[in-house]
Design a protein around this ligand. Sequence first.
Ligand code: ADP
Length: 488
Amino acid sequence: MKIAIVSSEAVPFAKTGGLADVAGTLFRTFRQMGNDVVLFLPLYRSVRAQYGRDLREIDTPFSIQLGGEEAAVRLFALDKMPFDSKAGRRPAGQSGRVLFVANDAFFDREELYGTADAAYADNAQRFIFFSKAVTEAISRLGYEFDAVHCNDWQTALIPYYMKTLWRGAPAFAKTRSVFTIHNLGYQGIFPPEAMALIGLGWEYFTLHGLEFYGQVNLLKAGIAGADAITTVSPTYAAEILSAEYGFGLEGALSARRERLHGILNGIDYAEWTPYADPHLPSRYSSAHLAGKAWCRRTLVSEWKLSDGLSRPLIGFVGRLADQKGVDLIAEAIPEMIRLGANIILVGKGEARLHNALSALQDRFPGHMHLTIGFAEPHAHHVYAASDLFLMPSRYEPCGLGQMIAMRYGTIPVARRTGGLADTIDHGRTGFLFDEPTAVALTGSVREALAALRNKSSWRKLVRAAMDEDFSWTRSAQQYLDLYQVGRQ
Ligand code: ADP
């Protein structure tokens, strides 16, 4: 099939969270399955810094209308994939490329979306520009995709444009649009003036269009426009139809529920495999667990954790956000340390949570270590070295952390919600609790620590978690099936 994946981030090029893992891995999996696939991404500063030498400009620069002004678009291709052979040679039978949309005024910045204090003020311009530029590029380059697969609010306008501005255009005549919601909590809500940037008339600023409580809601465009809507786990697909999890869009989603599907994410085994992980000081598998103990030994000595070999190690890797229940972790840390554990955290996000965790680190020297920042090699080490992995999320569309942890024999302690409920089998591969409170979290940690004291049954739990299948193959096939579903 001929497929376009359009995303604001994708591994290994640009990443702030799970969206990047999903978009990048899906791209690579589709290629391996023999599809002709193009991944569209913005050309961020970090991408240019790392891959600039391999970028080749294609097409002549062109411009698009953005709120009455012309915005310049340049397209760059990266044909030599960083994940192919060292020589960059494409494996036989695989075709596919990454196309970067460049406009330095919008994307040549330090971060993808904003700093710890605030989102960039012109994010509406930046991603409306990106969405317009991609549709225009598809038409100019003569692609006739079978499916255009868009992700989250940043690219949600594309399915809507395909139903409006581009309806009937030859470039999209046989193309289905699929829109995946990775997190309903981020919707791209902007003042009504954004309609001028979008370039659609006020007749689209309605309850059934882009209007949302007097504002423009870009995610709503994806829900209204796509031939198929997906989200990243079956439980989350059901949850978002309720007021509790729908963030005000439960009505719009319910109206299209027959087109809404939950497809569980996988994890990228090329990156997340403890017996082949270059970031670990020692490799291991479910049959040979000695290397896991060595990973622990090196980590606790590196961070000078007291009684690091005898005290259970509890890890966290993720965005420092209330969604992830990081405030609950902060509240529970004194009790978890009192229960005899050491805590190790890697995260980046809200300044308020940085500060709360830093204060706890000062209060419990030797029992807690915090790394603030996006630190991938270090994250691998934390997944491998820990006994328990915390995910007390208030909501969790799918969650990758718990699957990575299980693959590394680290038992998740997580809230029973969204993808956490779909991937963790309570008592067999992890521990689940219901209430989003520090008390419920510590209760579950206490249960897990009690189980940890029985070495032989714990080893069974670790092996069961490691032997779960979280590979991408099945999910990728589910997406391919969906691309064939009839257009509306
Ligand atoms: P999100 O809601 O952020 O998408 P997921 O659990 O779906 O959460 O995916 C998070 C991904 O990002 C995982 O691969 C996790 O290891 C990684 N990650 C998150 N924060 C960091 C960080 N500070 N350093 C390194 N990796 C991180």
